[in-house]
Design a protein around this ligand. Structure first.
Ligand code: ADE
Length: 229
């Protein structure tokens, strides 16, 4: 049976999962905690990475290389760029990019480094499962580009830069780094985010108010998907 990794960045993003899964066994490794568990007959390993691209790369690599996970699902919250995305709405990443990766001085596109790719695509089969789950539960989800960077964005100017250079629909701080790791190790991955704010001047206040409820929306959706994987 295939082992499925589910990761978030913050404790609040995995707490709703840990409330619902069974047979939890905590394993401490590399200054982090990993929760082996089962759900509806599926073997899971759940962890939150801590915020940002470096910690999330470490956790994704560990889930794959140490725990032997063969698929990886990410659950969490994001700031909206696409005006159709409201707080609490879900976005499935069909591709991800790093908006803060910049060697443009050498004539490269923002987000590109030699031997890398500006965009990494997520697994199509997992996305198809997500769309089935959404239609079964009459939930509307947007599929689009997620931009990742090591900064909490709370500025319309930065939002516009990311929108213009990456045509991104939402932004967060871990998706693209997880995507790069999974792509390199040939592990199918899926990134889901529920909107907690719109990355504008009020983003900090909105994030504090809506992060927990949006994280729950995302986590519940991910667990519905696990049944179909
Ligand atoms: N995650 C949720 N909201 C965010 C924002 N505004 N910037 C970066 N990451 C986020």
């Amino acid at each position: 049976m295939s082992k499925i990794a589910i990761m978030g960045a913050m404790p609040e993003e995995i707490a709703p999962l840990l409330e619902k899964v069974e047979d939890i066994k905590k394993v401490d490794y590399a200054k982090n905690s990993y929760y082996e568990a089962t759900y509806k007959g599926k073997e899971l390993v759940i962890a939150y990475s801590k915020i940002g691209k470096v910690f999330s790369s470490l956790t994704a690599s560990t889930l794959i290389e140490k725990f032997g996970c063969q698929k990886l699902l990410f659950s969490g919250v994001a700031g909206a760029i696409n005006p159709n995305l409201k707080i609490g709405d879900l976005i499935i990443a069909d591709r991800l990019c790093q908006h803060d990766l910049d060697i443009s001085i050498f004539g490269h596109d923002f987000g590109y480094v030699p031997e890398g790719a500006k965009f990494v695509e997520s697994d199509e089969k997992l996305r198809a499962i997500a769309k089935e789950v959404a239609s079964k539960n009459s939930l509307s989800v947007i599929e689009g580009t997620i931009a990742t960077g090591d900064q909490f964005v709370a500025s319309t100017e930065r939002k516009e830069f990311i929108s213009k250079n990456f045509q991104a629909d939402a932004l967060e701080m871990e998706g693209a780094s997880v995507a790069v790791v999974c792509d390199a190790l040939d592990v199918p991955f899926f990134i889901l985010r529920a909107i907690s704010d719109t990355a504008n001047d009020d983003a900090g206040v909105d994030f504090d108010e809506f992060m927990v409820s949006s994280a729950k929306i995302s986590a519940n959706f991910i667990l519905d998907m696990v049944e179909s994987i």
